[in-house]
Design a protein around this ligand. Structure first.
Ligand code: RUB
Length: 300
């Protein structure tokens, strides 16, 4: 395997590349590199190689349907090749097309999400979502907004959120995750990203999201998730659940504590009942319509 591909895989695993969009984009890049560098002499071994790299990329973060959808997007096109050289050309073209579609949907979501925030409002966010950050920076350019972000235990992705927002001039305040209830009275809306969206409109996002949604619901604060439709998980149409990635205990406690067990789920599930809408490239979609939008939009 090319060293650049191994490096990308390692960075995904260690969360140096984190967040569903960045993980999917990096996986697309890694697959395209491995196709380009393939030394396979016949189509059979070429396809096997692609399948192997694709499966490896998918296995790195198990709660990421966007990676699975991305790999399927590539494989479905490359599999039409008649020769290895043809396959390499198709992979290159697919990467260009994928990047273009990826950027276009991101621009749309940024605009739709920003339109939901009114002048003078305070938005609470959790973890680090490139999608939500883009919305908040865009909104800040056109109106006066405040942002409250959680630090996001155990890996503190909220630090990156705070840093990026502050560098862009956004008024940002960071809280510990357990302070969400305390601050909710001064929040006008909650906006988080998404890792997986299911057929019934449930949301998988960073651990802690479901608790925030419950508090927002109790206090009548609208809760939105900004997501590309490619985060829809097709297996949920068949009644299966997206898997929740369990991460190493040392992320919670670097040195083990005698007699103490640790579990470290990376994500949790927010009930559709608590979600006002998903902000997608297809518009602002209520949870019950997400499955239809996915049928319409996902072109694999
Ligand atoms: C990141 C996370 C983000 C979503 C959306 O978790 O939960 O909210 O991935 O991000 P982790 P984006 O840090 O474990 O990857 O909008 O950038 O796709």
């Amino acid at each position: 395997m090319a060293s650049e591909v191994s490096r990308i895989m390692k960075e995904i695993k260690e969360l140096k590349i984190q967040g569903a969009r960045r993980v999917a984009a990096a996986s697309a890049k890694a697959l395209a590199i491995s196709v380009k560098k393939s030394k396979a002499r016949d189509l059979d071994s070429f396809f096997k190689e692609i399948e192997g790299t694709g499966s490896k990329l998918i296995s790195l973060r198990s709660t990421e349907p966007m990676v699975r959808n991305t790999i399927r997007y590539f494989v479905a096109r490359i599999e039409k090749a008649r020769t290895v050289e043809d396959g390499k050309r198709i992979a290159e073209e697919t990467l260009k097309r994928y990047d273009k579609e990826f950027t276009e949907s991101f621009v749309k979501i940024t605009k739709y999400g920003s339109d939901l925030i009114w002048d003078g409002q305070t938005v609470l966010t959790h973890c680090h979502s490139t999608t939500v950050n883009s919305i908040l920076v865009h909104a800040h350019k056109h109106k006066k907004i405040k942002v409250i972000c959680t630090e996001t235990r155990p890996k503190y992705q909220g630090h990156l959120t705070a840093k990026q927002l502050s560098n862009s001039g956004v008024d940002v305040t960071m809280i510990v995750d357990s302070a969400v209830k305390h601050v909710m009275k001064s929040v006008d809306l909650v906006m988080v990203g998404a890792d997986s969206v299911t057929a019934e409109g449930a949301l998988y996002n960073k651990i802690g999201t479901a608790g925030i949604a419950t508090i927002a619901h109790d206090m009548r604060v609208p809760f939105y998730s900004a997501t590309q439709i490619y985060k829809f998980d097709p297996i949920t149409k068949l009644g299966k659940m997206t898997e929740i990635e369990m991460r190493p205990a040392k992320e919670v406690l670097p040195k083990p504590m005698k007699g103490v067990k640790i579990i470290n789920p990376a994500f949790d599930i927010t009930d559709p009942l608590y979600i006002r809408a998903f902000i997608t490239e297809a518009g602002i979609i209520p949870p019950q319509s997400v499955g239809n939008a996915a049928d319409e939009y996902i072109r694999i």
